[in-house]
Design a protein around this ligand. Structure first.
Ligand code: ATP
Ligand code: MG
Ligand code: FE
Length: 350
């Protein structure tokens, strides 16, 4: 069984060919981040236009790399939920068109389930049931994952997503976009204890939610002083102060994520944690998770970096749908969902 998988939920245009043993026959990811970086976040209109330009070349490249033709495909799968509406539409229309024109079965992919499924693809083992933690630019969610296709939400962020906080704090520190890798790098030279930042909700054993907005504000007050920001204000951004703030902020985010992952494992009594999304690429977070898994005694699954950020390989979750006969017809629509994204604000970026 061979599937073409298509991913266009946010700002990566991606396609892959995978088989039912989870072999990756090809994988192509066209990033758009250079189109968005000057705005400090993803601009939805720019994203959808860029998807339109890239989608067919990316699909063709994935097919060529795999060395097969459309006639060899058993299904075409596309992520239709959640994401930016205009971005999702481009992938969906490409998938539906190819499915109709070549008479190939169509399958829907839940992008969040796919992020967790990356752990299954990478490890080659059955990772379910598990607690799923998705931390990306648009999400900070905890799930009870009974099977690959059966997720129950346990908690999520009540304001900003973790990646969004990384991006905004990086912008305050003058580190550019995307902020996650920039903060990680700056933090290497910094003291994580230098600034006392809050760990919102961590002390509340009743809640499996996150809150990163207050943490972001705490960084802002530390840098600019409390109150309204005067755009002309001089801020001390010497490299050591930036490094210390990056390290202190990163430590606080990681503390929050790990505390709630531990609580979710305790409440579900599961002993496996699967982590996905762009923030899972953070090297400090990965180290802390490994130490936590050893301390608490659970099994940790965390994919390599290229399977943490958006990609089409994780769309191999569609194999699970193929095997249960979960096919779609041409009425399949997008379901953007309540996705919060680091959408650029022109006034902040100058
Ligand atoms: P979605 O939320 O819909 O999955 P997305 O495109 O926002 O979509 P990803 O591509 O998975 O999500 O992740 C991007 C986010 O991950 C950005 O906010 C980025 O700053 C963050 N990120 C990437 N690398 C790192 C890192 N090393 N450390 C911390 N954050 C990182
Ligand atoms: Mg992305
Ligand atoms: Fe994603």
């Amino acid at each position: 069984i061979r599937l073409l998988t298509i991913e266009s939920t946010c700002d990566e245009t991606a396609a892959a060919v995978v088989d039912d043993e989870l072999n990756v026959l090809s994988s192509v990811v066209a990033s758009q981040s250079h189109l968005h970086d000057r705005y400090g976040g993803v601009v939805p209109e720019i994203a959808s236009r860029a998807h339109v330009e890239r989608i067919m070349p990316v699909i063709e490249q994935a097919m060529t790399q795999a060395g097969i033709s459309l006639a060899d495909l058993d299904a075409i799968a596309v992520a239709n939920h959640p994401g930016l509406a205009g971005s999702l539409l481009v992938g969906l229309i490409a998938a539906k068109t190819l499915s109709f024109a070549h008479n190939i079965p169509l399958i829907a992919i839940d992008h969040l389930q796919a992020h967790i499924y990356a752990c299954q693809i990478d490890s080659g083992r059955n990772v379910f049931p598990c607690v799923g933690l998705i931390v990306s630019g648009g999400h900070s969610n905890l799930y009870r994952c009974e099977t690959a296709l059966d997720f129950t939400p346990l908690g999520s962020t009540i304001d900003d997503a973790a990646g969004e906080a990384f991006d905004k704090v990086a912008s305050m520190l003058g580190l550019g976009y995307p902020g996650g890798p920039a903060i990680q790098k700056a933090a290497e030279q910094g003291d994580p204890q230098k600034f006392k930042l809050p760990r919102p909700l961590v002390d509340n054993p009743e809640r499996l939610d996150f809150s990163f907005s207050g943490l972001k504000t705490a960084v802002r007050y530390e840098l600019y002083g409390p109150g309204k920001i005067n755009p002309g204000a001089r801020v001390d951004l010497n490299p050591q102060r930036v490094a210390d703030m990056a390290a202190s902020f990163q430590e606080a985010v990681v503390d929050c994520l790990i505390a709630k992952a531990d609580l979710a494992l305790e409440k579900t009594r599961y002993n496996r944690l699967c982590v996905g999304g762009g923030v899972a690429a953070n090297s400090h977070f990965r180290k802390r998770l490994e130490a936590d898994a050893a301390r608490v005694g659970y099994e940790l699954f965390i994919p390599p970096l290229k399977l943490c950020t958006d990609n089409a390989v994780m769309g191999a979750i569609a194999i699970e749908r193929y095997q249960t006969g979960l096919f779609e017809d041409l009425s399949l629509d997008i379901s953007p969902g309540l996705v919060r994204h680091t959408v650029a604000r022109l006034s902040e970026s100058g």
